[in-house]
Design a protein around this ligand. Structure first.
Ligand code: AMP
Ligand code: MG
Length: 400
C-alpha cells in the first residue's frame, strides 16, 4: 500500500499538463499562467507627482527655518495626462496634480496644503519649509523595471497580478486549459434529489461536493447519471465518461466487496491501473489510472472519504494539469485547543474547525459523518497511534 506522499508523487509524475490557450487579461483571473512574462516597460512610466501641489527645485527651499518663507514664481500648470510645456528654473515652480509628469528642472513636489497664495499676487506661491529632494515624486521605474521577470509560468493569476499586468498594458496572456472532468457516482442504493426513497435507498451526495472542489481547483466538472452496481453498466458509464474528458472521477465501488465493480470495469474498458490503495484515513481504497491521454480517479463512496481524498490527491493533479508548478495544498497554522487523537495505524486527516488560531475537532470523526464535515473548515493530519496534545502547533489544510 502506498503512503500518501508516494501516491501524490506517482500521480503528479504521471500528469502531463494540458495545452495552453490565450485569454484576454480580464478573463484570465484565477487561471494558471502558461508563459514567462517580462515587463514591457517601466512602472511608473515617467516621474510623476504623488500629490496635488507644486513642482520645485529642493535647492530653492533649502535652509528655510521656522517662521521663514520663500516665494517662487508659478510659471505653468501640468494636468494629469498632459506633457509639461515649461521648465522649472531657479526661483520658479509649476502647478501639478496627482499623476502629472514632473517637469524638467524640478526634483521635488510640495503638497498644496503646505503652500499659500495671496489673492493680490496669485503668480507667486509661498513655501514655508525645506523639502527633501525627491519628496512626493514617484520615480520612473521605482516599482517595476522594463525587462524584469514579472511572473514565471505556473503561477495563478491573482487579483494583484492581474492589476499589475493591466498597468503594463498587457492585453492577453497564455493560460493552462481547464481540465474537463466527469463525475460518476456508483451504487444501486443511490437516488437523485426529488426522487422518492425506497427501502435501503439514500440520496446521492458526492457529486455536488466533488463538483464544488473540482471547480475550486480550476476544473470544469460535469455530473453524469447514477451508475448501478452492475459490471456492464459500470463499464458503459466509464467508457462514456472518458469521451472528450481529461479526467474522470468516480465514487463508490472500489472496496473489496463483491459488488465493487469499478476497478475491474476500468481495466475492462482499456484503462491502465496505476495503483489502488493509499495508507490514509479516511479513504484507503483509491484508484488511480490512465485511459489514453486521460486520468482516472476512483474514490471511495463514503462521503467524507470521497471529499477528503479528492482534496488530498485529485486537487493537486488538477492543478498540475493546468501547469501549476507548486501543487502543495494551502495550509494555515493553528494551535490544538483540544487533544487530537489517532488510535489507528494510518495517518488520519481529522476534520477540524480553525477559529481565531485555535483548532478543535469538528465533531464525529467517521467517514460517513457529514454533520461534522459541515462544521469543519480544515483538516489536520494526525500520524498513526499519536495524540497531538493541547498547545501543539499544527498546519491546517484549509478546506473552506
Ligand atoms: P462504497 O464505497 O460503494 O462501498 O460505499 C461506501 C458507503 O458510502 C456506503 O454506505 C454507500 O451507500 C455510501 N455512498 C457511496 N456513494 C455515495 C454517494 N454518491 N452519495 C452518498 N453516499 C454514498
Ligand atoms: Mg457502493
Amino acid at each position: 500500500m502506498l503512503s500518501l506522499p508516494e501516491a501524490r508523487e506517482r500521480i503528479l509524475t504521471a500528469i502531463v499538463p494540458l495545452s495552453t490557450q490565450r485569454l484576454r487579461l480580464t478573463a484570465a483571473a484565477g487561471r494558471v499562467l502558461g508563459e514567462e512574462l517580462r515587463a514591457p516597460g517601466d512602472l511608473p512610466r515617467f516621474a510623476n507627482s504623488a500629490m496635488d501641489g507644486y513642482a520645485v527645485r529642493a535647492a530653492d527651499l533649502a535652509g528655510l527655518r521656522p517662521g521663514q518663507s520663500v516665494g517662487l514664481q508659478c510659471v505653468g500648470k501640468v494636468a494629469a495626462g498632459a506633457a509639461p510645456a515649461a521648465v522649472v528654473t531657479p526661483g520658479t515652480c509649476i502647478r501639478l496634480f496627482t499623476g502629472s509628469p514632473l517637469p524638467a528642472g524640478a526634483d521635488t513636489v510640495v503638497m498644496q496644503e503646505d503652500t499659500r497664495r495671496e489673492p493680490g499676487n496669485p503668480e507667486v506661491v509661498w513655501f514655508h519649509e525645506a523639502a527633501e529632494p525627491g519628496e512626493n515624486v514617484r520615480q520612473r521605474g521605482e516599482d517595476i523595471r522594463q525587462g524584469q521577470v514579472l511572473l514565471p509560468p505556473g503561477v495563478r493569476l491573482t487579483v494583484g497580478r492581474i492589476a499589475l499586468l493591466g498597468a503594463l498594458g498587457v492585453e492577453s496572456v497564455a493560460v493552462g486549459r481547464q481540465p474537463r472532468l466527469a463525475l460518476l457516482a456508483t451504487g444501486s442504493e443511490l437516488r437523485e434529489a426529488g426522487e422518492p426513497l425506497g427501502p435501503g435507498q439514500i440520496y446521492e451526495s458526492n457529486r455536488a461536493g466533488l463538483a464544488t472542489l473540482a471547480r475550486r481547483a480550476g476544473a470544469r466538472p460535469t455530473r453524469l447519471p447514477l451508475v448501478p452496481d452492475e459490471p456492464e453498466a459500470t463499464q458503459a458509464a466509464l467508457a462514456r465518461a472518458f469521451h472528450h474528458r481529461d479526467v474522470v472521477v468516480s465514487s463508490g465501488g472500489v472496496s473489496v466487496g463483491e459488488m465493487d465493480w469499478v476497478k475491474s470495469a476500468f481495466t475492462a474498458v482499456g484503462g491502465n491501473l496505476e495503483f489502488w490503495r493509499v495508507a490514509v484515513r479516511p479513504g484507503k481504497p483509491f484508484v488511480f489510472g490512465r485511459w489514453r491521454d486521460a486520468y482516472f480517479f476512483g474514490l471511495p463512496g463514503n462521503p467524507v472519504s470521497a471529499l477528503v481524498t479528492f482534496w488530498l490527491l485529485v486537487a493537486p493533479a488538477l492543478a498540475r494539469l493546468q501547469g501549476v508548478k507548486d501543487c502543495a495544498l494551502p495550509t494555515q497554522t493553528g494551535v490544538v485547543a483540544e487533544a487530537l487523537v489517532n488510535q489507528g495505524d494510518r495517518p488520519h486527516f481529522l476534520r477540524v474547525r480553525l477559529e481565531g488560531g485555535q483548532v478543535r475537532s469538528a465533531g464525529l470523526q467517521a467517514s460517513h459523518a457529514l454533520g461534522a464535515l459541515a462544521q469543519a473548515n480544515g483538516l489536520v493530519e494526525v500520524p498513526p497511534a499519536t495524540t497531538l496534545p493541547t498547545g501543539t502547533v499544527v498546519p491546517v489544510l484549509t478546506w473552506d
